[in-house]
Design a protein around this ligand. Structure first.
Ligand SMILES: [Zn+2]
Length: 347
């Protein structure tokens, strides 16, 4: 049959799926050649109809099969084309994460202090009142002990060490460290020498654009014979220049803390105006945090003789130094812990 041969040769020559669809219409469509020929069968004598009809159906089936097979071939070609690897094509970069900003800052701070011989320590963040306040020379009625300032754990207080709380500062680590060293001294007889860096989470009942209820502090404690304010100033200036940059200056100014005497606030010269004074700093300085010479009562509470040993301590905020660092401006400190990738990916 010429219809069959015509159709099959056209199908085999088809260049793409679109051409194949046109051939299908040409033969099997409403006005297709085969469709019309089948309609013509009505005019045939009745006895001829079944034989011709069967033949016509066979032709239809052959054409349909040919179309299906050639069509499947086009589909395979398409997939092969997609799967073919073009080695010259630029690759898709896998998205790499990075350490959280706070973790990066903690690592940097640790390196800076380790370079001058400090040892990083960790102490409990769920602590007795004695370590967080009592031994640090806080009077019983100090407002920091208020429910509105500190998170207390709902548990029976220890008869000697008092209620249990979440550490509101890293200074509790000072007491733990001195106690530990005094214990060791009893065994070894060696003089006490402490250069501690305590970085930990601290907890306070606060939450606004510049405060979060959980934040990090880094605490230094240096104890030995003849440790003076000069050592404190030296370490402060070394840290400021290492962390913020060699052009930044540091200063100390008198302040009051329970556990240090004398006490200071420490400042860093503003990186935006270089200490000239601007909208951010007002008078050229940005506040870094507290520091001071360890109070004799605190030394005594840990079993150290203040006539032999002196020392200094400082407690500064990790999030604070991070946001103070040039180039990192964060309007709302709570964003640091929001888990928003759009925010974290900027850094
Ligand atoms: Zn400024």
């Amino acid at each position: 049959m010429t219809i069959k041969n015509n159709a099959v040769s056209l199908i085999l020559d088809a260049g793409d799926e679109k051409e194949l669809e046109e051939i299908k219409l040409q033969f099997l469509g409403k006005s297709g050649t085969l469709t019309l020929a089948m309609k013509e069968m009505a005019k045939l004598p009745a006895e001829k109809r079944p034989e011709i009809g069967q033949l016509a159906n066979e032709v239809k089936q052959i054409i349909e099969e040919a179309i299906t097979n050639v069509g499947a071939g086009f589909h395979t070609q398409k997939i092969e084309k997609i799967q073919k690897i073009d080695v010259t094509e630029p690759g898709i970069k896998p998205s790499l994460g990075h350490l959280h900003l706070v973790t990066q800052a903690i690592e940097e701070i640790t390196n800076i202090f380790e370079n001058i011989g400090f040892t990083r320590v960790r102490y409990p963040e769920i602590e007795y009142d004695w370590y967080a306040f009592g031994a640090l020379n806080f009077p019983d009625n100090h407002p920091a002990r208020d429910d509105w300032e500190t998170f207390f754990i709902d548990q029976e207080p220890d008869p000697k060490k008092g209620p249990i709380l979440l550490t509101p500062h890293t200074s509790s680590g000072q007491i733990r460290e001195m106690e530990k060293q005094v214990e060791e001294q009893k065994k070894t007889g060696n003089p006490i020498s402490i250069k501690m860096l305590n970085i930990a989470k601290t907890y306070r009942r606060q939450s606004d654009v510049s405060h979060v209820p959980m934040f990090h502090q880094f605490e230094t404690l240096v104890i030995g014979e003849n440790i003076s304010i000069t050592h404190l100033k030296g370490v402060l200036d070394y840290f400021v220049k290492s962390y913020f940059g060699p052009d930044r200056k540091s200063r100390i100014r008198p302040y009051h803390f329970q556990f240090t005497e004398p006490s200071f606030e420490t400042d860093v010269s503003c990186g935006v105006c270089n200490g000239k004074g601007c909208k951010l700093c007002k008078e050229g300085w940005l506040e870094l945090g507290g520091a001071g010479m360890v109070h004799p009562n605190v030394l005594r509470n840990c079993g150290l003789d203040p006539s032999i040993y002196t020392g200094f301590a400082s407690g500064w905020g990790v999030e604070r130094v991070l946001t103070m660092k040039e180039g990192i401006e964060i309007d709302d400190i709570r964003l640091l812990y929001s888990n928003k990738l759009e925010f974290l990916e900027q850094f």
